[in-house]
Design a protein around this ligand. Structure first.
Ligand code: ATP
Ligand code: MG
Length: 297
């Protein structure tokens, strides 16, 4: 194991892509683990607030800790997708495998969630919490006794919360600063070495990409990936980014609608294979039922 890196090979496969290693985030990992560890003994945890600009590892780090140590007692909600108290609570219940019936009231959902949270210390990770429409969901979560982890890209959005709520929701702040360009170069190198067939890489390319990314690992990784894709693959990438998961046939049809001179089915399949090898796209299912989605998001 290289110094300063954390091996996460034993990681169970989860929905999101988790990099092989999370470099330069030992401090944050330790601090988060320290705050959450009481939950393992069913004790109350310190709620957390992960603050930092985009692409600094907030989602990856927190998800990794929850998936490796708190499976079954934690839930992840992307609040960009689920913005209201009703949607967030439904999502939480589904994660804990509690069925949600159509048109259940928000307070009904909250009561159901409270039952789960009373039995054991659960941890709720509200990612991209700047997107939450109103404070209602926080009142339900506080009342239930669940531990809360919030990730914000714009820290000032915390000030929008009502002050009565802020005083009943003490948060320990963990800061995620931008990466330096040397750190980003190391992150890129690590990812390149991990890819199955990275191909020839100009040694300076990584450094240039890292410098241009201004501390954002997502931009750096995409810069690297994009430099290895052709025009058709970039279009396919954009389609997957906007549409999410797509089966192979639908993706091909969407691509054909986008370009004037589309490649044939065979070349399309070759392009997709290459994107999977690069670690950019995840493929599930077999032959005609293959489904694609982005990994590096
Ligand atoms: N320390 C790291 N080592 C390796 N890869 C990293 C590291 N930090 C981030 N990445 C990669 O960079 C990308 C962006 O990271 P992540 O989604 O965790 O950032 P974020 O802080 O949650 O950003 P946002 O505020 O936009 O949600 C992901 O593909 C992730 O795998
Ligand atoms: Mg994030």
């Amino acid at each position: 194991m290289r110094e300063g890196s954390i091996l996460i090979n034993e990681l169970p496969l989860t929905e999101a892509f988790i990099p092989t290693r999370l470099l330069f985030r030992e401090g944050q990992l330790k601090e988060i683990a320290r705050c959450l560890s009481p939950a393992l003994r069913n004790r109350k945890i310190s709620n957390l607030f992960l603050a930092g600009p985009t692409g600094t590892g907030k989602t990856s780090v927190a998800k990794w800790i929850l998936d490796t140590n708190f499976q079954g007692q934690s839930a992840y909600v992307n609040c960009w997708k689920y913005q209201t108290a009703h949607d967030i609570l439904s999502e939480l219940l589904l994660t804990f495998q509690i069925p949600v019936l159509g048109r259940e009231s928000t307070s009904n959902l909250a009561t159901k969630f409270e039952k789960i949270a009373r039995k054991r210390q659960v941890i709720v990770f509200l990612d991209e919490a700047d997107r939450i429409r109103d404070a209602e969901v926080f009142y339900h979560l506080i009342k239930s006794g669940a531990g809360i982890v919030l990730a914000f890209t714009r820290p000032h959005s915390l000030f929008r919360l009502p002050s009565r709520l802020k005083s009943s929701l003490p948060l320990t702040e963990v800061e995620f600063p931008r990466y330096s360009s040397d750190e980003l170069t190391a992150i890129l190198k690590d990812r390149v070495e991990y890819s199955l067939r990275p191909g020839a890489l100009a040694p300076n390319l990584l450094k240039i990409i890292a410098t241009l990314a201004c501390g954002d690992a997502r931009v750096a990784l995409e810069g690297y990936f994009m430099s290895k894709l052709n025009e058709d693959q970039r279009i396919i990438y954009e389609i997957l980014r906007t549409k999410g998961k797509l089966d192979s046939g639908s993706l091909y049809r969407a691509y054909r609608r986008e370009v004037r001179d589309p490649v044939a089915d065979r070349a399309y399949r070759k392009y997709m294979r290459k994107m999977v090898e690069l670690g950019l796209v995840r493929e599930t299912g077999k032959s005609r039922w293959k489904v694609y989605e982005l990994l590096a998001e």
